[in-house]
Ligand binder design. Structure first.
Ligand code: NAD
Ligand code: TDX
Length: 334
């Protein structure tokens, strides 16, 4: 099977490439990636001779069309993915997430190729902190940030291309991922690498905000379950019952790294900060039989801490610039 993976040099896409090569001996993988600041070709170094890597923009039809024509399956991870960046500079999010997906969909339509669209639970907006409700496939779209609104837009394009043009597509909306190869701008790797660099972790606002954590391998296994057994035109929510508030996550990281539980700073809150995300993945579990493997968040987090401790050369060159960027807007609160 010829698989085109967009965004395969980013966090989840690179893990998808590794997982696919390990579990699907018949897969021939081409990665299309613009190699933005978020990509790290080092994430693919160990499999570089087993894949084709094309540097290009998913919004460039001249690049996209021949690659799609040469594929049996397209899995679309490429995106601008960081909420904080989308508040500072939304334009590139519209280009990559909306125009990029449109460009890909047109190539899918012309070439009649199976398509799987990777999206996020953030399209549903946020939930109250303490009412126990969770997102399902029928929750109305209500995105909060430029990032999540461009992801919601891309999902709606896919639904319209299924209905109007009959493309063979499925969509998944997943909760917050953690694991190896995640950029140090994101919450968990930022705090781990802060501690490893002698910097105090930084908690936005009160730290009460809740995210529903899933290990990236569980996400990617669910993606394959949907590609193999999902119904064309349908959406599946992916989540592993991993709700934790941000403060608890930071305290666990500090404990795993042998630091006092209060060795972190409260900093300025993110504007429009979503309170809580939580996924009801009943459909995926009952219809497709998927189950998460990483059911103990603490041990998954411990393995992730070990990965960052053992792979300093992967993240150290990025760290200074990321922290300098955060320092421009972030203030430590008393
Ligand atoms: P990432 O930022 O780590 O990687 C994104 C990749 O896309 C990078 O390699 C980048 O170079 C590439 N890219 C960016 N613009 C491009 C363009 N115009 N053309 C081609 N390539 C381009 O992101 P991630 O965390 O791996 O997220 C991957 C996908 O999963 C995204 O669609 C994101 O919305 C979705 N998602 C992420 C999470 C999460 O917790 N990280 C959760 C749910 C869904
Ligand atoms: O330094 C920090 N301190 C902090 O308290 C950072 C970077 C984040 N936070 C908070 C904000 C969020 O409540 O931690 C939580 C997680 O933040 P991010 O890692 O930026 O993730 P989030 O905004 O929840 O979005 C992520 O999950 C859904 C991904 O970045 C998206 O791509 C995905 O769609």
């Amino acid at each position: 099977m010829r698989v085109l993976v967009t965004g395969g040099a980013g966090f989840i896409g690179a893990n998808f490439v590794h997982r696919t090569l390990a579990t699907r001996p018949d897969a021939r993988i081409t990665v299309l990636d613009k190699l933005t600041y978020a990509a790290n070709p080092g994430s693919l170094a160990t499999v570089r001779d087993r894949i084709r890597l094309v540097e290009g923009d998913v919004g460039d039809a001249a690049v996209v069309d021949p690659l799609v024509a040469d594929a049996d399956l397209v899995v679309h991870f490429a995106a601008e993915s960081h909420n904080d960046n989308s508040l500072a500079d939304p334009g590139i999010f519209v280009h990559t997430n909306v125009v990029g997906t449109f460009t890909l969909l047109e190539a899918i339509r012309r070439n009649d190729v199976r398509y799987h669209h990777i999206s996020t639970d953030e399209v549903y907006g946020d939930l109250k902190l303490d009412d126990g409700s969770r997102f399902t496939e029928s929750t109305p779209y209500n995105p909060s940030s430029p990032y999540s609104s461009t992801k919601a837009s891309s999902d709606l394009l896919v639904r319209a291309w299924v209905r109007s043009f009959g493309i063979r597509a499925t969509i998944s909306n997943c909760s917050n991922n953690y694991g190896p190869y995640q950029h140090v701008e994101k919450f968990i790797p930022r705090q781990i690498t802060n501690v490893l660099s002698g910097i105090r972790p930084k908690l936005y606002g009160t730290g009460d905000n809740v995210r529903d954590w899933i290990h990236v391998d569980d996400h990617n296994d669910a993606v394959w379950a949907i590609i193999d057994g999902g119904t064309i035109g349908e959406t599946y929510l992916i989540g592993a019952d991993g709700e934790r508030d941000n403060r608890t996550v930071i305290e666990t990281i500090l404990e795993l790294l042998g630091q006092p539980a209060d060795a972190f700073d409260f900093v300025t809150d993110r504007p429009g900060h979503d309170l809580r995300y939580a996924i009801d993945s009943t459909r995926l579990r009952t219809e497709l039989g998927w189950r998460p493997t990483f059911t103990d968040f603490r041990s998954g987090l411990a393995a992730t801490v070990d990965w960052y401790r053992d792979n300093r050369s992967w993240w150290e060159p990025l760290k200074r610039d990321v922290e300098a960027r955060y320092a421009q807007t972030e203030q430590v609160l008393d």
